[in-house]
Design a protein around this ligand. Structure first.
Ligand code: FES
Length: 56
């Protein structure tokens, strides 16, 4: 599903970023550009990152 509508970024892309070593929202933002416009996706993106880290 799309998490960041401004940049068309999916939850799968965020999970893959975590798998590649991104551990914070700032890291994922740098890699994918998530939450770099309206910012409404930041909380959900962070939740996905934290959940994915629990499985890593
Ligand atoms: Fe992600 Fe707007 S929805 S920056």
């Amino acid at each position: 599903m799309y998490v960041c509508l401004c940049n068309a970024i999916t939850d799968q892309q965020i999970k893959e970023a975590v798998s590649q070593g991104d551990y914070t929202l700032a890291d994922v933002k740098k890699r994918l550009g998530v939450a770099n416009q309206c910012g409404k996706c930041a909380k959900m993106a962070n939740n996905i990152i934290q959940t994915q880290l629990a499985f890593e």
